[in-house]
Ligand binder design. Structure first.
Ligand code: SF4
Ligand code: SF4
Length: 280
């Protein structure tokens, strides 16, 4: 079947019982779209995802040599695969099927029949124009990098990193502060159970440090992201440490003689434009 040439489009408008037909004038949409360029046939049916509904589409593909199909029905999350498979069984490349969502995006969120019908006409016309530009595609396999990047090592980032590492994938956990834990590390108790925050957090922090699958990047920020799903490239800026991380035990002795800590720092607290307080 010629699938690239002149578009021969079939449009199928679903009633979904009264889910769509109760708010959208389905016959009016059918009449309107049957006059659109490239449309060879336009039909409406009570339940398009049923076997008779799918057979209706398949028969038209074969008998009318349709090379594009638009189904105006529910969200593509519900039945896009159903209609793609139906089209494929009738010999049409499954990516030459387009869904117009006139249920979740139209009938379910409007109660004015006139306006809902006008919107449904616009949605179906857009789908017809779009499907006319579709090209047949074939599924392919591509290598995917399964590593995961998590930005922010608060309790949510820590927990996610631990669970992903547990499942066997490498995690890059990026945190801009020198230590992980985030806000939870500043709390005494957690709401609503009044559990000790540190008792929950610290074992997880230690776990992060010990997991081979978790690459912890503290004092670091994501500065660039490119690529696509399965092949992202991330640029991370790691700030200077000034100590040998492999030897530092975190004893804190250097803090006492660090010149930076001896420089008085004033912090200004503002309320709107007004300076309320200056603290050291
Ligand atoms: S295709 Fe979607 S909108 Fe139509 S009957 Fe099935 S569930 Fe309802
Ligand atoms: S003095 Fe302690 S905290 Fe400072 S760099 Fe040496 S080991 Fe690390």
């Amino acid at each position: 079947m010629e699938q690239n040439g002149q578009a021969r489009i079939g449009v199928y408008i679903c009633h979904c019982g009264l889910n769509i037909a109760g708010t959208v004038n389905v016959s009016e949409v059918r009449e309107f779209i049957s006059r659109a360029p490239g449309v060879v046939v336009a039909r409406d049916y009570k339940f398009m995802c049923s076997d008779p509904g799918q057979t209706l589409i398949q028969n038209d593909i074969e008998e009318l040599q349709l090379n594009r199909v638009v189904v105006a029905a529910c969200s593509p999350l519900m039945h896009e695969l159903t209609f793609r498979n139906a089209a494929r069984k009738a010999g049409l490349n499954r990516y030459l099927v387009q869904i117009a969502n006139i249920r979740e995006h139209c009938s379910w969120i409007h109660d004015d029949v006139g306006m809902a019908t006008e919107k449904a006409r616009a949605l179906v016309l857009a789908a017809v124009r779009r499907v006319a530009l579709h090209q047949p595609l074939e599924p392919m396999r591509a290598p995917v990098n399964p590593n995961v990047l998590i930005v922010g090592a608060g309790i949510a980032g820590i927990q996610a990193a631990l669970e992903i590492a547990e499942s066997g994938n490498t995690v890059y956990l990026v945190e801009r502060e020198p230590t992980i834990g985030g806000r939870m590390g500043q709390f005494d108790k957690t709401f609503p159970t009044l559990d000790c925050a540190a008792c929950i957090l610290t074992p997880k922090m230690v776990s992060v440090g010990h997991r081979e699958k978790i690459k912890l990047l503290t004092m670091s920020e994501v500065v660039g992201c490119s690529g696509f799903i399965g092949n992202f490239k991330i640029r991370v800026r790691r700030k200077a440490r000034f100590v040998d991380e492999s030897k530092c035990t975190g004893c804190g002795q250097c803090w006492n003689i660090c010149p930076a800590t001896r420089v008085p720092r004033k912090r200004t607290i503002r309320l709107g434009d007004q300076i309320v307080k200056q603290v050291s």
